[in-house]
Design a protein around this ligand. Sequence first.
Ligand SMILES: [Zn+2]
Ligand SMILES: [Zn+2]
Length: 389
Amino acid sequence: MPVINRVAALSDEIAEWRRDFHQNPELLFDVHRTAGIVAEKLRAFGCDEVVTGIGRTGVVGVIKGKRGGSGRTIGLRADMDALPIEEDTDLPYKSKVPGRMHACGHDGHTAMLLGAAKYLAETRNFDGTAVLIFQPAEEGGGGGDAMVKDGLMERFGVQEVYGLHNMPGIPIGSFAIRPGPMMAAADRFDIVIEGKGGHAARPHECVDTLLVATHVVNALQSIVARNVDPLESAVVSVCSFKAGDTYNVIPQTATLMGTVRTLTEAVRDLCEARIKAVVEAVCAVHGARAQIDYRRGYPVTFNHPEQTAFMARVAAEVGGDQAVDTGVPPLMGAEDFSYMLEQRPGAYIFLGNGDTAGVHHPKYDFNDAAIPYGVSLWARIVETGMPAR
Ligand SMILES: [Zn+2]
Ligand SMILES: [Zn+2]
């Protein structure tokens, strides 16, 4: 079975919902309008239960199968938030809010999961319970974590959980997935280096904080090159360097900010420990002091092998055998669906968005041609994973 006929018939309507979300982007947990529309539609479709306010502004819809929900429970997740980016398109449904846009396609994710809800509530051709999860604050707010901490898994009896993200560059109707790490853990660090400021013409009486900080930036690059196993993956990027204000003063302090991306806990631990050791040692050599604030962010998005194989099979059923890449390399970006995958077995897949601008680009747009594939994937995960007897 390729795309489900009924889903194809619903696709124009789903695209209209998507364009409405696109015009009205909301940030982080402040997705009140979007969450309101989601809840209203889930009720209108006849979901057995609709709960709002989980993880602050998250929404959950519950749909029971033919035999009243006996059997297993599968969770499907979409994200609802947009980004603080000024949209640079001429689309008729361009963002109406200055400085905000749906540049990551969460408008499409939300609309597709709503489409699946409409189809599943109408057909109920499964034995079990589908839990449709709409989360806020994927873009840096940890909304997935907030929903988990609010008891999402226990409250709705979720046994397995699945997520998807559109991916520019992958053809429409194609999918990409892999078992194991799919997206990276993302951590942040702030480093404040304090030397001894003074007159630029008398450096011997100072500890040149700016010079120390440049040595620190260089030395940090030795961690991935010389400490991490070459067969493992890691990124250490210093992304901000602030020191000094004028021509003739050696500054007292310098501050660095950056990010660390890793695919395993062992490499993550190693990078954190080495960053602290390297910064302290380099500063000590020069007679400066350092304060290091290392903060762990989203964990690794880890695809469980059995559920990954299942999701890939369903994707192949929807898109065709040639349409599923089951060995896509992991991305060093991060995803807060990882918090749900820490709680329950499941998997996360990329859905082709065709030849569009990349996500987080001001010219990006979710491709409505992907809708029938994404919605059919959701519907068939429920119908194949919990077959009607
Ligand atoms: Zn994003
Ligand atoms: Zn995204």
